[in-house]
Design a protein around this ligand. Structure first.
Ligand code: C5P
Length: 287
C-alpha cells in the first residue's frame, strides 16, 4: 500500500478562554473544541525521491512545506529518520483563515496517513506530540471529537460529545489575523469567560440547550465595532431562525449556530447562503 485517501474534519470552538500570555509569546488557553462533518479530503501518496509535494487544486494556498500539511510530512520524516517523500493532494472545503482549523486538520490527516503507510506502531500520543511541533491546533486535530484543550492547545482531555443536532456555519468575507487578535487581548480586562464546569455538565447530560447556553469565546470581546457588527448580524439571523445560540469559533470570523431541528437549520442555511459563505453540518465523533 502506498496511497491513502482520508477526510480531515473542521473543528468548532464551544468555548475559548485566554488565561495569560506566556514567556514564549504564546498564550495559555482553555477551550473546548468539537469536530464537525465539514471536511477537506486528502490523498497521500508515498514517493521514492525524498520530495514533499502539496497540491490544493482550485485554491491559492501555499504548496510544498509552506503549507502546514507539507510541514507535517517533514516533521514526521524527521521523527522516524526516514524520508521517502510524499505527494499530498488536498480537496479543500473548509474555509481558510476561518477559525475552523482547516490547515491544522489537513496537517493532522497527513500525520495519520503517514503513520498508517510507514509506522503503524506509533501511538496517538506520538502523533499528537509531532503535531505540537507543527501548530497549536494540530494535536487536537490528530485526536478529534470533543475535547478540552489547555496550555498552548496541546494538553487534551476527552470530553463527552455534542448531542445530535444540526449546525449552520457562516463565514463572512473579512479575515481576522490570529496573532493580531491575540495581541488585542488584555486578559485582566476580559468580562465574559466560559464556565467550563457548566459546559462539561451540559455535555454529560447530553442537553443541547445547556451546551448552547454555555457558548463563550473571549475573542468576541476584542473585535472592532465593524467586525462585531457583522458577527452580531449573523448571530441574530441564526437565532431568529431558531438556533439555540450562536458563537464565533476560534479567532474567527466564522460564526456557527446550534439547532435542535433539521427544518430550522435548513431555513437558516437558506437565509444566510446568499449573504455569507454558509455550510450545513453536524457534530461527529473523533476521527
Ligand atoms: O501555533 P500556531 O502557529 O497555530 O499559532 C499561530 C499564532 O497564534 C502564534 O504565532 C501566536 O501568535 C498565536 N497563538 C498564541 N497562543 C496559542 C496559540 C496561538 O498566542 N496558544
Amino acid at each position: 500500500m502506498n496511497e491513502l485517501k482520508l477526510a480531515a474534519p473542521a473543528k468548532l470552538n464551544l468555548t475559548l478562554d485566554i488565561l495569560h500570555r506566556r514567556e514564549d509569546g504564546y498564550h495559555d488557553l482553555k477551550m473546548v473544541m468539537t469536530s464537525v462533518d465539514l471536511c477537506d479530503y486528502l490523498t497521500v501518496r508515498l514517493r521514492d525521491d525524498g520530495k514533499i509535494h502539496v497540491r490544493t487544486p482550485g485554491t491559492d494556498l501555499p504548496v510544498g512545506e509552506d503549507n502546514l500539511a507539507g510541514r507535517a510530512a517533514r516533521t514526521f520524516f524527521k521523527e522516524i529518520r526516514q524520508a521517502p517523500g510524499v505527494e499530498i493532494t488536498i480537496e479543500k472545503h473548509i474555509p481558510s483563515q476561518a477559525g475552523m482549523a482547516g490547515g491544522s486538520s489537513d496537517a493532522a490527516a497527513v500525520l495519520r496517513a503517514l503513520r498508517e503507510l510507514l509506522r503503524p506502531d506509533l501511538t496517538g500520543r506520538d502523533l499528537e506530540a509531532m503535531g505540537e511541533r507543527v501548530g497549536s491546533d494540530v494535536p487536537y486535530c490528530v485526536r478529534g471529537g470533543t475535547a478540552l484543550a489547555e496550555g498552548r492547545g496541546e494538553r487534551l482531555t476527552d470530553w463527552p460529545g455534542v448531542p445530535p443536532c444540526r449546525i449552520v456555519v457562516c463565514k463572512p468575507e473579512f479575515g481576522l489575523s490570529t496573532p493580531e487578535l491575540f495581541g488585542r487581548v488584555q486578559t485582566e480586562k476580559l468580562r465574559f469567560r466560559p464556565d467550563h464546569a457548566a459546559m462539561y455538565a451540559a455535555l454529560l447530560r447530553g442537553e443541547l440547550s445547556g451546551v448552547a447556553a454555555q457558548l463563550v469565546n473571549v475573542f468576541e470581546e476584542v473585535l472592532t465595532p465593524r467586525e462585531a457588527k457583522t458577527i452580531r448580524d449573523i448571530k441574530m439571523r441564526l437565532c431568529r431562525c431558531g438556533a439555540e445560540n450562536a458563537l464565533m469559533t476560534g479567532s474567527g470570523p466564522t460564526v456557527f449556530g446550534l439547532f435542535q431541528t433539521p427544518e430550522d437549520a435548513r431555513r437558516a442555511f437558506e437565509e444566510l447562503c446568499p449573504l455569507y459563505r454558509t455550510f450545513l453540518t453536524r457534530p461527529i465523533p473523533g476521527v
